[in-house]
Design a protein around this ligand. Structure first.
Ligand code: SAH
Length: 467
């Protein structure tokens, strides 16, 4: 029995974790994900192994209002075909599914083909812009209504925006307008909205490169140009926008850019922006690594220096049809809490976790043990240095180091205004190197903090001011 079902899911705007819990759960079970261009690519991690990811970009222009009828039709056809093939399809749309998203065309295609579907709501750009600037869309003192308007009229289809009616609303949330804001502001003023009305412009709401600007309706076009506010951007027009100065928590808080891979640390002091600078990938060829795994019993110690080493070690072990029992006579060491905790997930409680979370800390503790002629296996990344290996050899051990995964530079890193941040936090030497490669040295006034000695050393080598 074939399963004809498509989920139309709102991904929210700007950042991967704006999706609802329900949306995420469905996404993780999908066989095929057809996503909009604006969807944060980080939302596409942690999917079912083998899930196919298709960007709607493949079928036409980038912005959703620019998608041609032809491109939309191709997306509809693809959705229908995939569902008819019996695959679980998730159609991941930017923001909310029902706001300026051409969902009706997709629903009609599914309905015509008698394909079951379900809609999962998402956070719309206006809500995100409102939350990430502190500006409410309604306020019992000044605004009892809010209207969502597109600045992109479609006169061919007979839709003409009645700006007089719009101008009379308390709060106006203007989508798809960054290119035409001068014209639209003028239309609103001509329709009776005072030139002094407060306007908040937010581009990339929720994202690490979010930009905001505030101006009066009469001068918003100049402000947008001066501040280079570009699409995707949204405008909140009305009295509540005037609250930005007092309510914008992001401007008031300490802003920390966290460049490591681990997720955001909620409730830590300082607002976190998460921008992973590295990506961990499997090797193309595991034949060398697997050979060691098959003969793992010959080793006395396995030393894990990162949680990725642990993850790929056990992934390969499973792939080879082996399990943790094969390790019962082998001692295990782990550098760092993350690494030892990951080991616990595989029910392995490490024999040695150095108090000091570094290679040096590990060697200091191994020095207390007799490891002369002992055989040590080191599952490592493709870019790790030979420091640890050499230190073990100095202690008389026989070290076998083998790549378990690749550490590559993250792709699609956005342009950033570094001055926006008070602090940048690095967690690995490769993170430091990738940052410099992409953004150059950070401005001197920004505090730099490093987790671990090697990271600090790399930052010093790059002559980054450490405060
Ligand atoms: N369905 C989406 C809107 C898609 S139309 C939603 O509910 O938000 C695309 C428009 O949405 C853009 O032109 C812009 O006006 C707005 N938009 C989408 N993502 C945005 C973001 N991160 N920041 C500001 N505006 C955004």
């Amino acid at each position: 029995m074939r399963n004809h079902k498509v989920y139309l899911i709102g991904a929210g705007p700007g950042r991967a974790d704006m999706i609802t819990v329900r949306g995420l759960k469905i996404l993780q079970q999908a066989d095929v994900i057809i996503h909009d261009y604006l969807v944060d690519k980080a939302a596409l991690e942690g999917l079912k192994p083998g899930a196919e990811i298709i960007s709607s970009e493949r079928y036409g222009k980038k912005a959703c209002h620019g998608r041609s009828g032809q491109a939309q039709k191709k997306i509809n056809d693809l959705m229908v075909k995939m569902a008819k093939d019996g695959r679980h399809v998730a159609r991941l749309k930017n923001g909310d599914t029902s706001i300026f998203s051409r969902i009706s065309e997709e629903i009609e295609a599914l309905e015509k083909n008698k394909i079951e579907f379900e809609i999962v709501p998402g956070v719309t750009a206006a809500s995100a812009a409102s939350s990430f600037t502190g500006v409410p869309l309604t306020d019992r003192r000044y605004s009892s209504n809010v209207v969502f308007v597109t600045g992109h009229e479609n006169p061919d289809k007979g839709i003409k925006i009645d700006w007089r009616r719009i101008a009379g609303m308390d709060t106006i949330a203007l989508y798809m307008s960054s290119g035409d804001i001068s014209d639209i502001a003028w239309k609103l003023i001509r329709s009776g909205r005072p030139e002094t009305t407060a306007v908040l412009a937010v581009s990339n709401a929720g994202a690490v490169n979010q930009k905001t600007a505030i101006a009066a309706l009469g001068s918003i076009a100049d402000t947008v140009q001066k501040n280079a506010i570009k699409a995707p951007a949204i405008f909140i027009i009305g009295k509540t926008a005037g609250l930005e100065k007092r309510y914008n928590w992001l401007r008031k808080n300490r802003r920390i850019l966290f460049t490591g891979l681990s997720g955001e640390r909620f409730f830590l002091k300082g607002t976190y922006f998460h921008l992973p600078l590295i990506r961990i990938e499997p090797l193309e060829d595991y034949s060398g690594f697997d050979r060691y795994l098959k003969n793992i019993k010959m080793f006395d110690w396995i030393v894990f220096s990162s949680r990725f080493g642990v993850e790929y070690f056990f992934k390969r072990l499973k792939e080879l049809g082996l399990d943790a029992r094969i390790l019962n006579n082998i001692k295990i060491a782990a550098i760092g809490n993350c690494t030892s905790e990951r080991l616990l997930d595989f029910t392995i409680s490490a024999d040695l976790v150095p108090k000091k979370e570094s290679s040096k800390g590990l060697i200091d503790e191994f020095r207390e043990l007799d490891i002369k002629a002992k055989k040590i296996f080191l599952p490592r990344s493709d870019i790790s240095d030979k420091g640890l290996e050499k230190e073990f050899e100095k202690l008389g051990a026989k070290v076998t180091s083998s790549f378990a995964y690749r550490n590559v530079m993250a792709e699609g890193l956005p342009d950033l205004d570094l001055n926006f941040f008070n602090e940048i936090m690095f967690t690995s030497p490769s993170g430091v190197r990738n940052f410099i490669k992409r953004y150059g040295k950070p401005p001197k006034k920004i505090k730099i903090s490093c987790i671990g000695d090697v990271t600090k050393k790399e930052a010093e080598k790059a002559a980054i001011q450490l405060s």
